[in-house]
Write a protein that binds this ligand. Structure first.
Ligand SMILES: Nc1ncnc2c1ncn2[C@@H]1O[C@H](COP(=O)(O)OP(=O)(O)O)[C@@H](O)[C@H]1O
Ligand SMILES: [Mg+2]
Length: 307
């Protein structure tokens, strides 16, 4: 559904998104996680055709993203990270305004407005001024108007920020509902745990790079599994693998000729002892390093350091 290939965005000499590759299959509820400044909004704005990429390509359902592309606008419903101010505009008028931007007839807009307001639980607010709604209601209204033109892909940028716990639960239920209606959904957040319960797949972004992506179960397992370590041995690979498999806190993830990847759930001292015993067993190591930004520490950084 959404293919991002080598996407890069430079702001002057600063690279906000650095050769990002991501594929989101149709029907996914995808969580896009990363601390503030990771590059989520930049990526989303490029995907929505609101910002020009410095390099790489984005395709949605076979259509190439380009700034101002009408075809892309039809495919995507976008809920930005700010709501805006709408002086003297009622909920119904707000929906009419956005519907007419998509060239819809007032009859279609009226019919869909009723259906969508019901979906987002705002039916009784139709004649209420937008500016008087609570933040949670505004967010749900924004989802309703993003759905007006029946997009295939719905993208929400930090829809939960500033919402109280109850409004968050309502947003979660709404997104699950939309997914069951066949929409592909991307939701960004700087809090991993918030997305973990509702998304089926996630991508974790940090400083313009995607540091992990996949099915939520696999990622959570990796998070719980400890450090990933790369080992390169010059000889005695079999002996090394045998020895590693005997260790209680080690899991051998992959063996490719002389390159091994393991996860280690023990302490620094235990990792140190492991290197010692490999050497004692005549295994010649030329490399033993932890994967950069291990998921465990990243998880701590993302969830512990969240604002
Ligand atoms: N218009 C801009 N000009 C210069 N730098 C920008 C601009 N927009 C965003 N940035 C920088 O790009 C980085 C990524 O920002 P952003 O995509 O908003 O991240 P996120 O949405 O993950 O918080 C940040 O360091 C931010 O300061
Ligand atoms: Mg952002």
């Amino acid at each position: 559904m959404l293919y991002i290939n080598n996407l890069t965005k430079n702001y002057g000499s600063f690279t906000a998104v650095d050769r990002l590759n991501l594929h989101i299959p149709e029907g996914d509820l995808f969580g896009f996680v990363g601390p503030n400044g990771a590059g989520k909004t930049t990526t989303i704005r490029i995907v929505c055709g609101l910002l020009k990429a410095s390099g790489g390509t984005v395709r949605v359902g076979g259509t190439n993203a380009a700034v101002g592309s009408k075809a892309m606008k039809r495919l995507i419903g976008y809920v930005p990270d700010f709501f805006g101010v709408y002086d003297n505009l009622k909920v119904r008028e707000y929906m009419e305004m956005y519907g007419s931007m998509y060239g819809m007839t007032y009859r279609d807009i009226a019919r869909l407005t009723d259906d969508l307001l019901e979906l987002v639980n705002l039916s009784d607010k139709k004649e209420v001024y937008v500016d008087t709604l609570s933040r949670g209601m505004k967010q749900r209204l924004c989802v309703a108007r993003a759905m007006l033109h029946n997009p295939r892909l719905l993208i929400l940028d930090e829809p939960n920020s500033g919402l109280d716990p109850r409004a968050r639960v309502e947003m979660k239920e709404l997104l699950k509902n939309l997914r069951s209606m066949g929409k592909t959904i991307v939701i960004s957040s700087h809090i991993l745990s918030e997305l973990a319960e509702m998304c089926n797949s996630i991508g974790i972004m940090n400083r313009g790079h995607l540091v992990a992506a996949g099915q939520i179960d696999d990622i959570m397992q990796q998070l719980a599994g400890g450090s990933r370590i790369h080992i390169h041995v010059l000889s005695e690979t079999e002996a090394a693998v045998r020895l590693l498999k005997e260790q209680a806190k080690v899991r051998v993830e992959s063996v490719r000729e002389n390159d091994l990847i393991i996860t280690h759930s023990g302490t620094e001292e235990e990792i140190c002892a492991l290197i010692g015993s490999l050497i004692q067993n005549q295994v010649i190591l030329t490399d033993f390093h932890r994967e950069e930004g291990s998921l465990e520490s990243l998880f701590m950084q993302l969830t512990g350091g969240a604002q």
